[in-house]
Design a protein around this ligand. Structure first.
Ligand SMILES: *Cc1c(COP(=O)(O)O)cnc(C)c1O
Length: 367
């Protein structure tokens, strides 16, 4: 089977470095926060080009702590996309605010910026664009709208470590950026983890307090917070992967451009469009077709793994039933969720495997 992702191969290529780092953590006796987390925070801030990075327990928590630090909660509305992983809107709901969905551009899967303004009300406090599949959202337009209406912008960059927009990295395109180190993300650890990037030093200070139960001074609590700390093992492992991420992302982009060139010639299949002013990092390589289910079955029979990200839009999830949405409210997102699927793409996919996949794709479509 050609898998969507091959973490064993990734591990094997850096095994020695990982074991050394892991052993160093074990010997250090300091397993939560500490020097490895500090080093990771410094290196990620430097890489992304921001003043601060704050390690937390997951990408979901990165969103929750950032929203909390901006005092967003009950009675507030936060605009986001219905075409994302549940965590984006779940974080909004978990701080007590209401997720307000805005439909997407079906060619990219990104929030449709032309529809944001009509969703803004007196209660709107923030916009969370999602850099879906690894491609930054239309940040100039989003930041312009946010400035006009005095809103905060938080990037959900969980799928986009190393992606760029014009000449800046994702995570440095708004008030704050949230990343996930979930193992399958393009910069992943060996457990849960996340990080927030920002140039807002007051925000960073607040998040550093929130992640340790609201204490700036140990055992003294001016406010209530969370237990959401990055652990040293994740930090040490990610410090190793960080040395390889540019080369891994480049391989992802090279493989993606082979796919795009070939898929261009298959009438029944469309690739997600990569916009000119940005660099997509292809956390997932997603394509769309009216024949999706048939193609996926054909590929499965040819030994090729595929998966649908995401089969159900957030506004139609039972968990968000209370928002009162119905089929038809966000037609582009719904249509994309009916047509989209991902094919294998990771830094260790060989050209030979890619050719097998392309051959199967060409054979799969019905005229
Ligand atoms: C993975 C992901 C998250 C959540 O990250 P976790 O580390 O799993 O909590 C949030 N948003 C998006 C778009 C994601 O892909």
């Amino acid at each position: 089977m050609i898998e969507l992702l091959n973490l064993q191969k990734q591990y094997a290529t850096i095994e020695g470095e990982l074991i050394d780092s892991f052993t160093n953590v074990l010997k250090s006796g300091q397993y939560i926060l500490g020097p490895y987390v500090q080093q990771l925070e410094l290196e990620i801030a430097k890489k992304i080009g921001v003043k601060e990075a704050i390690g937390v327990a997951s990408g979901t928590d990165a969103l929750i702590l950032t929203l909390s630090a901006y005092n967003i909660g009950a009675g507030d509305e936060v605009i986001t996309t219905p075409f994302t992983f549940i965590a984006t809107a779940e974080a909004i709901a978990q701080v007590g605010a209401t997720p307000i969905f805005v439909d997407i551009d079906p060619t990219t899967g990104l929030i449709d910026v032309s529809k944001i303004e009509q969703a803004i009300t007196e209660r709107t406090k923030a916009i969370i664009p999602v850099h879906i599949f690894g491609q930054p959202a239309d940040m100039d337009e989003i930041n312009h709208i946010a400035t006009t209406h005095n809103l905060v912008v938080i990037e959900d960059a969980c799928q986009a470590f190393g992606a760029t927009y014009v000449n800046k990295y994702a995570g440095n395109l708004a008030n704050a950026g949230c990343f996930s180190f979930f193992p399958t993300k393009n910069l992943g650890g060996i457990g849960d983890g996340g990080i927030i990037t920002t140039n807002d030093q007051a925000l960073a200070k607040k998040i550093r307090v929130l992640r340790v139960h609201g204490s700036a001074k140990k055992y003294f609590h001016d406010e209530l917070g969370f237990n959401s700390r990055l652990d040293a093992v994740q930090a040490a492992i990610i410090l190793v992967s960080l040395q390889h991420i540019d080369s891994w992302n480049k391989t992802r982009r090279d493989l993606a451009s082979n796919y795009i060139e070939a898929i261009d010639k298959i009438e029944q299949i469309d690739a997600i469009i990569e916009k000119e002013d940005r660099k997509h990092v292809y956390h997932l390589f997603s394509i769309r077709s009216k024949q999706r289910n048939h193609i996926m079955q054909f590929l499965a029979e040819s030994g090729i793994r595929t998966a649908v990200y995401y089969p159900c839009c957030l506004h139609l999830q039972p968990a968000f039933k209370y928002l009162g949405h119905q089929v038809g409210h966000f037609p582009n997102a719904e249509q994309l969720s009916n047509e989209i699927f991902s094919i294998p793409l990771h830094p260790f996919l060989t050209t030979k495997e890619q050719n097998v996949i392309l051959h199967a794709l060409r054979k799969s479509v019905k005229k």
